[in-house]
Every structure is written in C-alpha cells, then in structure tokens.
Design a binder for this molecule. Sequence first.
Ligand code: GLC
Length: 421
Amino acid sequence: MNVVSNTLDTQAREIMRGNDRGTYTVPTDGLYPYQWNWDSAFAALGFATFDLDRAWVELETLFTGQWSNGMVPHIIFHEASDGYFPGPDVWGTTHTPPTSGISQPPVAASFTRAVFEKNPESGRAHLAALFPKLLASHRWFFEHRNEDGMIVVNHPWESGRDNAPEWDEAMENIDISRVGDYKRNDLGHVDPHMRPQKTDYDRFMAIVYAGRDCEWDEAEMTANGPFRVADPGMTFILLRANRDLLALADVLGEDGGEIRGWITAIEAGVEKLWNPAIGAYDALNVRTGEFAGSVSSASFLCWYAGIDDHRMLTAFDRVIKATTFSMPSHDPESARFEPFRYWRGPVWGIINTLLAMGLKDMGHAAQAEKLREDTAALISKSGFAEYFNPQDGSPAGGMDFTWTAAIWLAWASPTIKTEGS
Ligand code: GLC
C-alpha cells in the first residue's frame, strides 16, 4: 500500500461524507442535488467499505421512492431545490416523496448482495425487508420493459447513458413542436462541450411531457410513447441482477421460481441483441426493428450478465487499443465518437467496475485488471471526476463525484488488492 493511494482513499471517503445528506447521497453537490437511483446503489457499495450501516440506509432510502407498481424511479426529490431541471413539478408524478417517472439500470439487487455478503449476520434483517421490494422492482421491469426478453428503455435517461449514440436514430423522429422554452441548469455547472446538445435535450423533454400527459400510464407509453429501444446495458444489468436476486432468495429460503423464469427469458432476449453487422451486442429500436449500429461500453456487459461470449473479446481487444484509457463509452473508431461529450466517448468508472466484475467472474483476469489499472490511473491523475477523456485522461463533467469515489473504495484502489479484501 503506498502513500498516494492512502491519501486517495481518505479523499474518497471525504467526498462520500461531503455528499451525504443523512439518509441518501447526492451524486455531486450543485449539478445533481437529489437522490439518483443507480448512483445510490454504487454509493452503498462504497459505504460498505467503511460504514456498513450507512450502506444499508442508502439502499433503504432509495426504496422509499418505489411506486406501488414496483418501479424504482431514477430520481427521488427528497428536498426542494431550485438548482435542477427538470424538477418535480415538470415530471408531475404523484408519489411522496416526489420522483421522476422513469427508472434506471437496476444494479440495486446485485449491490444489495455485495453489501449483505460483507456481514451476513448483521445484514439478514435488512435483506429480509428489502427482498420483496427488489422482487417487485424486477417484476415491474418484466411487466413494462420486456420485449421478448430484451429489456427496453422508454427514455434515454432510463438507460443511465443519456446521450449515447445508440439513441440517435430513435430520437430523430421525436416530435419536439410542443416542447417550447426551458432553462437547463446543467450548463451553469459544466462546460457545454461536455454535456448533451440542445437537440438531444429537446427530445428528452418531449418524452417527459408525453409521460406526464398520460399520467405515466405504462400501457400507454408502451403502446404509443415516443421512444422504446432495447438496451444491451439494461438487458445485461437486469440479467445479472436476477441472478443475484436468486442467490438472495436462496439465502432467505424464498421461492425463486419466478426469478428463474425471468433469467431464462432474458437469456433468450440477449441473443436477439447480437448485431452481426458490427460483431457486437447492440441497441435495437423495437418500433422499427432496426439496430443502432453502435459498439458501446454497454455492449461489453455480457460477462457481467454471466455470458462468456468470445466474439466480444475480439471487439474488446480492438477497442481498448484505440485509446490510451479504457473503456471508452463509444467505439473510438466510429464517426460519432466524441472524447469529451458525456456518453459519446468518455470513460466512466462505474461502467469499468461492472465490466471488470464480469470479466473477472468469467475468467478474464487480465482484461479486468487492465480496466482497474486504467481507472486507478485516471483517478490518480485527474481526481474523482464524473467521467474522463479516454485519450488524454483529463477530467470531465462534475468533480467530487460520489460514484467515482465509491468505486475507488470498492474496487479501483490499489489498497484493496494489497489487503486482499
Ligand atoms: C447523468 C448520468 C446518469 C446519472 C446521473 C446522476 O444523468 O447520465 O447515469 O445517474 O447523471 O449522476
């Protein structure tokens, strides 16, 4: 263990404490002043390295936002703040506390398992209380985001990868004539060339207004919503989450039959996301039946889902050679690659974490270690940024980011290796 990583460990804990609002953490102060769904699950993973009780509280607070239909929303607006757009009044949902009307990648079951396994004895009561909520959230995905075993998103924000090139074609045809004027607050915090463009934002808002107009009626959004695209990221993440939920069901002596059914269905769905034209898993617009033609960091989450696809190792080798730091969020050899713009090229530490977990589980230790080393190098060089330029490693987006600090503590820090935990 060296002094530098010790200092970074301390800094990471300070960032997490600084972003802690008592029972939940904000992704970063200012830019994102509420609780975000998958950010919080990553926060729990980070807290579990130094404050296990606080890790459980993070997950439990997330589920205070759960809707009666099982959905865990992507944002929970616990306390009023005028610093974010679109805020609760724009979403117009009826839940208390107020929430957005869409979900986010369901990493919660997998990280609940990781938190539980840190101390099964003290975690058992927490797990027993959370389990039915996790099960209901997976059932919601299966009822409302399942197309033939492929998991779809109704809004690019739902994927967690807001402006990824995967969504471009499906976004093009969205009617923005009723969107009108609005003021983005993100551009007051971050350089515009690192954020989604106005053309994306107009469409993001058009989908939010469509949801609000039908009072977030799932059947209506499924049939007529402006956007419905099968996402390899969501599909792989939910598959993994179901495997972890099944393990938790076994621990609790619960019947896992329903979960096994979901696993079988999604395993079949995954095959339909294989796009031979690009030799990778791809997003598929279920309205048109067309692939996006995009190799993204989500294409490589197959191992995380327990699918050891050697064809993806070929793509992996090509992509990691194309930039100094891996894993770029979009194929660097594509014309749509932009090294600084959010989900169109930059490296995201959280995605590297998921990729490496999967690679390691499936016996690809060298590839997993390459991602850990790159992530550690980026954080050592540029701090706990929201994301990083894959070419020169410079920081991008917000700073002092909760999930970057969390994955440092839970996975990237060299001290973890030394201590063998
Ligand atoms: C952005 C990211 C999303 C994340 C949120 C809060 O919208 O695209 O994945 O959850 O910020 O950090």
